[in-house]
Design a protein around this ligand. Structure first.
Ligand SMILES: Nc1ncnc2c1ncn2[C@@H]1O[C@H](COP(=O)(O)OP(=O)(O)OP(=O)(O)O)[C@@H](O)[C@H]1O
Ligand SMILES: [Mg+2]
Length: 224
């Protein structure tokens, strides 16, 4: 399965989510390819840090691709792997459109902030255009960096749900230091110590929604 983490807003949490999913899939025994389709190369840096700091290495393969190669190379590489995750940049680029042409799932994080939600129309039309070449992919939107209280989460969820091109999924990630701290250490949130059980639960729910639920509960039990 090819999962693209995208959207047209910078800093929405794409690389955070893409890298957590890659590590968690690898921990569940899948052979994972992480495609870094953003020239900022956040996923590549994260992977390099894992390769330098962990005795067993990153645990998955990461390649950087750009432009149309995101489509052509991913198509060639995907059959060799169990799962492919593509981390895109936060703009409407050739790379993001190329990723959309080959994906099974387009996963879009939205922060419950007006600047982020203002990109909804743009994302919805990107999905509609991509369906002309790749009719069957699922476009799943969720909230990242939610507030502990207040009405912004619900307001954002309602706006997202009003877009017929997107499916809003109830798998929110709170605004938690564990997500930033883990990333800075080259870790997925379930690998971070001391463990932030809320963050682990949240990423576990998102993971479970996308992938094999039975394996996820096993991951929880062993502490990753
Ligand atoms: N749920 C969260 N809680 C706290 N911090 C978060 C969360 N998600 C992301 N962040 C932080 O927000 C910043 C941006 O996240 P990230 O790099 O994943 O976004 P991005 O969408 O990949 O950005 P870009 O568009 O620049 O590629 C990072 O510092 C990250 O640690
Ligand atoms: Mg990024």
């Amino acid at each position: 399965m090819i999962t693209v983490v995208g959207g047209t807003k910078g800093g929405s949490g794409k690389s955070t989510v893409a890298t957590n999913l890659a590590v968690m899939l690898a921990a569940a025994g899948r052979d994972v390819l992480l495609v870094d389709a953003d020239d900022q190369e956040t996923s590549t840096d994260f992977t390099n840090l894992r390769n330098e700091t962990r005795p067993g290495g990153a645990g998955y393969t990461c390649v950087a691709l750009t432009g149309r190669a995101v489509m052509t190379e991913t198509k060639r590489l995907a059959p060799k792997y169990g799962e492919v995750i593509i981390d895109t940049g936060g703009r409407d680029t050739v790379s993001q459109r190329a990723a959309l042409a080959v994906c099974d799932i387009y996963l879009i994080p939205f922060a419950p902030r007006s600047f982020d939600v203002w990109t909804l129309d743009k994302v919805a039309s990107l999905v509609e255009e991509a369906r002309a070449v790749n009719p069957d992919f699922r476009a799943l939107a969720f909230l990242n960096r939610t507030d502990p209280r207040g009405s912004d989460n619900v307001d954002a969820a309602q706006l997202i749900s009003s877009k017929p091109e997107l499916k809003f999924i109830e798998a929110a990630l709170g605004n938690r230091k564990a997500f930033a701290n883990a990333a800075a250490a080259g870790l997925a949130v379930p690998e971070l110590r001391p463990i932030d059980s809320k963050a682990v639960e949240e990423i576990g729910i998102l993971f479970g929604y996308l992938y094999d639920i039975e394996k996820v509960s096993k991951l929880h039990r062993v502490g990753i």
